[in-house]
Structures are given as C-alpha cells and as structure tokens.
Design a protein around this ligand. Structure first.
Ligand SMILES: Cc1cc2nc3c(=O)[nH]c(=O)nc-3n(C[C@H](O)[C@H](O)[C@H](O)COP(=O)(O)OP(=O)(O)OC[C@H]3O[C@@H](n4cnc5c(N)ncnc54)[C@H](O)[C@@H]3O)c2cc1C
Length: 454
C-alpha cells in the first residue's frame, strides 16, 4: 500500500476532474489517477475541444478559466462565410446555407493545462501516467466494498486505499473491475441490407487537427466545380490508387440511434478549432467492424492502426487534390481512438429513452428538470429529471459513477447524456455525494437525496 485517501477517483475526464475538484474543495483528501498526461479525457488528450456556454458550477468556472487563458476560439459566419450549410461541416451542415452561426472551441492542449492547474491549486493528489489495473474488494454476501485499487506506472505496481471510489474512466473500467453488473456496448442497429442481426457498438473515433487551410478556396472550388462533397476529387484520387476502399464511404442512413445524424463510416468532416485556418477532423471506425475497444485489446489495436493510417491518407489526399489545402499540415492527432459506446453499468436505476420522452420526475432528482435536444430528430427536445440512483452501481457499496459511465441505456447516453457540460455536472454531483457520505460516515447508497444539486 503506497497511498490512502478519503476519495480515490479513477480517470480525469470531465467527470473525474469535476468530481475530484468538488470533493477536495469540500475538504476530502482526494487521489486522482489518470492514464494519460493531463486531465480532460476525450476533450483534451482526445482533442474534442468543443466549447459550450456554462451550465453552472464547475462547468461555468471552467469555461471562464479557458476564456481567461485565451484558449477559446469562436468561428461565425463572419470568419467562415461559406461554412453554414456546407456539407463538409461537422456541426453546421444542417443550417441554411449562409445563415448565422457561432461555434466555440477550446485549444485542447491549453485547456488541459488549465484543468491541471485548477486541480493543483485545490490540492488534489494527481497521478498522471498511472493506470488502474485491478480492484481489491471486501466481499460480504450480495454486496461488496472496494478496499483498494492496484495501479501501475513507471515505478511498478502500487495499491491505493480509499473510503469512496469514483468511476471516471468513461467506459466503466472501475465498475467492471469491481465485478459490478454492466451491459456491453452495442445495441440494435439500423436494419440495412448488410446488418447480420448482431449488435454493434456505436463506433469510436480518432480526432485530429490540420492547420494552414484556406477554406475560402475550398468553398470556391465546391461551387465552381459543383462538387459539394468533393466526390469528384475523391473519385479521381481513388482511380489513381491514392484512397483505400474503406475510406470516404457514403454516410449511413437508417433508423435508431444512427439516424442521419451519425457518421458510422469514415467520411470527410471538419470543424473550426483553435484559430482561423485550423480545423478538427473526424475519423470514425466503420460501424460494421463491430469493435469493442473498451474490452478487446485486438480491437483497440486494429482501430489505432487503421484510423491512423486513414488520417495519413486523408491528409495526403487533401493536400494533393483539394484547392485550399496545399499549405496545410497535421498539427495534432488524438492520443487514442475515443470510445463512444463502452460498458454501461447497471445501477440502482437504469435511465432509459422512455424516461426522457415521458418527462419522468424522480424524488431523488439530481438536477431541476433538464431540457435536452436529442440528436435523433424525431425526438426533438424533452424535459426530464435524472435520479441519483443512476450514480450508484449495483452490488458495490462505496462506489459512485459519473460521466459517460452512468447507469443509462446505451442509446440514452449516446443520444444526449454524454456531452462535456453534462459529464462535468455529473462529476461535480458525484464529488459532492462523496463528500456528504464521508461527512455522515455512511455509504453513498444511504444518502437521502431530496434537493436537486443544479
Ligand atoms: C470521438 C468522440 C467524439 C465526441 N464528440 C463530442 C462532442 O462533439 N461534444 C461533446 O460534448 N461530447 C463529445 N463526445 C463525448 C464526450 O467526449 C464523452 O462522453 C465525455 O468525454 C465523457 O466524459 P468522461 O469524464 O466520462 O470520460 P472521458 O472523457 O472518456 O475520460 C475518461 C478518462 O479516464 C482515463 N482512464 C480510462 N481508463 C483508465 C484507467 N484504467 N486508469 C486510469 N485512467 C483511465 C482516460 O485516460 C480519460 O482521461 C465525443 C466522444 C468521442 C469518443
């Protein structure tokens, strides 16, 4: 045993970050374990720097800190005249061409540094480059408590004991390691001709950034050549052997969570980030590969190798064939292929799409009624509450879930409940719950939750 804390948080994504910060500010000794070199998870080491207006609490504070550090960049119809309605634009393609828009992003590298400083200043004990490898349990009949986590880093293995543990891994690694029940990623898929009936996880993605792009020239080419999707250039490059068959395939259409809003095939998608001329690009795993990157190392390796090769080919294609990309360079590639659909823990309550659609309310609601717009167009906006029981995994008495590892059905998490603001909010709620449990010397499962936190 090398360390002991009131609270041990595994994973420093938006959920784990906010949980650790909140609990420390409420006086707990907090140890935070993170596999990579900075906090922020998919939004920093994974490069997904999309910035939203503050939703309260730590999220609002974070957005203000990012702004103060000068790392928020806002694109609009003034900086990007041909962006709204452009089929290459990841977020704004459905807008009327030429309409007004405003999209803010933060620089992932600087944002990660800002988050690290906030943790340091609060006095959280952070261990970067340290991975959870095993969970030590005290088992007692049908329920157990976690006694310690075994972690590995350059110094070898070590045990960290705690009173409460929070799962901030984004794919419920702590819950799975503790033997808590979970549902593997994946669900019914669109009934396209090639669907073999086997559930497929919603594909993960690798994000990367290219700079030095003159989008005005790209747009001018799209118009003059009547080639909005660059299909003519893609076909030219394919004929010349410059593009492999798996790259640039038509967007999926279909029903269910994929709908028209989701790109389960590698297609060309961009969004402004960091500065004028700089764009983030998406490489998604082809959905029919059925990769479970959260629990299958061979799948993870295949995703890493293939998507990195796609990035290389895509960058070469863009530079060689597309007007406006001649002087561009790759400036960043995410440290990993991000998982969109990992394990879904089964908690004391499993929140479903039906709960959202029916506008259910709960006595242990963690927030005032939330109104969220689902990507799945037919559902539009819904107002509903989330119970604290979604934070409590079955069978483990001293663990709290957060972020993308909450007890939600897979389509609910994917459709709306996994964005940066919400993951930060749920982290803050988890940290608050941990502090109350320690203060009252009870299991989080015994907390009486009567007032929404937000
Ligand atoms: C490709 C992609 C695109 C996305 N696009 C958007 C978007 O546009 N807007 C949006 O709001 N959301 C988007 N999301 C969703 C959002 O990024 C995630 O749902 C959110 O980051 C989840 O937050 P989290 O804190 O639960 O986990 P994560 O952000 O996944 O962070 C988990 C952290 O835990 C660490 N960790 C994992 N395992 C271990 C271990 N064994 N030991 C130690 N540390 C560990 C990881 O290194 C990571 O830092 C996207 C996700 C992906 C994958």
């Amino acid at each position: 045993m090398t360390a002991e804390a009131d609270l041990v948080v595994v994973g420093a994504g938006p959920g784990g970050f906010a949980a650790a910060l909140k609990a420390r500010r409420m006086g707990l000794n907090v140890t935070l374990i993170e596999k990579y070199d900075m906090p922020g998870g998919v939004h920093t080491t994974g490069l997904q720097g999309s910035a939203n207006a503050g939703v309260g609490g730590i999220h609002t504070e974070l957005m203000a800190e990012f702004a103060a550090a000068g790392c928020i960049y806002t694109a609009s119809e003034k900086t990007h005249p041909d962006w709204a309605g452009n089929p290459l634009s990841h977020y704004e393609k459905n807008l009327e061409p030429g309409s007004k828009f405003s999209r803010s992003s933060f620089d992932p590298e600087i944002a990660g540094r800002v988050m690290a400083t906030m943790l340091d200043e609060a006095g959280v004990e952070v261990k970067y480059r340290t991975s959870l490898v095993e969970v030590v349990l005290d088992e007692d009949g049908n329920s157990s408590t976690i006694d310690a986590v075994i972690v590995a880093n350059e110094a070898g293995r070590a045990a960290i004991k705690g009173k409460i543990f929070i799962d901030g891994t984004g794919s419920a690694e702590l819950a799975a390691g503790a033997g808590a029940p979970f549902v593997r990623g994946g669900g019914p898929q669109p009934e396209t001709a090639d669907w073999d009936g086997e559930n497929r996880p919603i594909p993960g993605g690798l994000l990367w950034i290219m700079s030095g792009i003159d989008f005005g020239r790209v747009a001018a080419y799209q118009k003059s050549a009547k080639d909005p999707m660059l299909s003519k250039l893609i076909e030219q490059a394919r004929a010349a052997g410059d593009i492999p068959p798996d790259l640039y395939r038509p967007r999926m259409s279909g029903s269910g969570v994929y709908g028209d809003y989701y790109i389960g095939h590698p297609t060309l998608d961009l969004s402004p980030i960091r500065a004028n001329g700089s764009y983030i690009l998406w490489q998604n795993v082809p959905y029919e590969w059925k990769l479970h990157m959260d629990d299958n190392p061979e799948h993870e390796t295949r995703a890493d190798e293939m998507l990195r090769s796609f990035v290389e080919v895509e960058a070469q294609f863009l530079k060689k064939y597309v007007p406006g990309f001649e002087a561009s360079t790759i400036t960043d590639i995410g440290q990993y292929v991000g998982i969109r659909d990992g394990r879904h823990p089964v908690g004391e309550y499993v929140f479903s799409l039906e709960d959202a659609i029916s506008g259910k309310s709960f006595p242990d609601a963690v927030t005032s009624p939330l109104t969220k717009t689902f990507y799945w167009e037919e559902f539009k906006s819904h107002t509903f509450e989330i119970p604290f029981r979604c934070f409590l995994p079955k069978t483990i008495d001293n663990m709290i879930l957060t972020g993308a590892s909450l007890s939600f059905t897979y389509e609910t998490i994917f459709m709306v409940m996994r964005n940066f603001p919400w993951c930060t909010q749920t982290g803050e709620i988890a940290g608050y719950a941990a502090a109350l449990s320690i203060e009252q010397n009870i299991s989080p499962k015994k907390l009486v939750w009567q007032t929404p936190y937000f």
